[in-house]
Design a protein around this ligand. Sequence first.
Ligand code: ADP
Ligand code: MG
Length: 271
Amino acid sequence: MNSKITPALQVRGLAKHFGGVRALDGVDFEVFAGQCVALIGPNGAGKSTCFACLAGQQVPTAGEVLWHGQSLLGKPPAERQRLGVARTFQVAQTFEALTVLQNIQLVLRDGPPLGWWDRLDQRQPERAWQLAVQAGLEAHVHATVAELPYGAKKRLELAMALAGLPQSVAVDGAPSAPSLLLLDEPAAGLALAERVDMMTLVRQVAGQGVTVLYTEHNMDAVFGVADRVLVLMQGHRVADGLPEAVAQDPQVRERYLGNDFDMKGLLDAQR
Ligand code: ADP
Ligand code: MG
């Protein structure tokens, strides 16, 4: 299969109903390998539900999800992770009493399984360090999560998602296994400076060949960052395209961005 023409991720007719609530109501989209795509839309649009269907926390009511041509539906989250699909959550999921390094070591894949007799600290320390450094956490490796500033905690969560993937990024920076990282509001609650650091990290991960799909409410973390923008509203895809095209979409402006939204002004302010 030629990965240059075949999308890495294909989502077809994806639906998830919670009783009468149609969180997703037949959504189609595709993501190509190495793309960095922002999934935006108002609260309740179905973004988190979409991630849950892709990563396996929720079973869709209908539809299909193909990852490199293989159906992910029916596979538990751990199996999807083995196939290269990992996610973070809207609220950071870390172990407060453990250190940054130990959190990463706990979820590292590709090592020997952790037996009760093993010391967590001895588990692939170099690889764990490498991930911590990549996430800009070198100053915090031995701090417990409870001591971390919130921005560092969110970056740790991203490092943990990468740690759980099959060695997605080899030492020389070339991807060795296809991987999809789903980031649910990676910059939520972060001040502008921390948000810039986080989105720089997200871009860097995508630059290493990891396919990234992320949700976000801060438009400075969408425009100027994502290669493509997908807009979801009330369980429907209402726009999908290059950031500059989506920024001009009358329906998206009317219903979400606001008619005074100025992408160029936003990008200029970021410089
Ligand atoms: P978003 O992440 O875009 O804010 P969500 O995917 O969290 O949206 O939610 C979409 C809709 O589905 C909302 O109306 C929400 O209340 C509903 N919903 C999400 N998860 C559940 C659930 N587990 N049970 C019932 N309703 C849910
Ligand atoms: Mg959400």
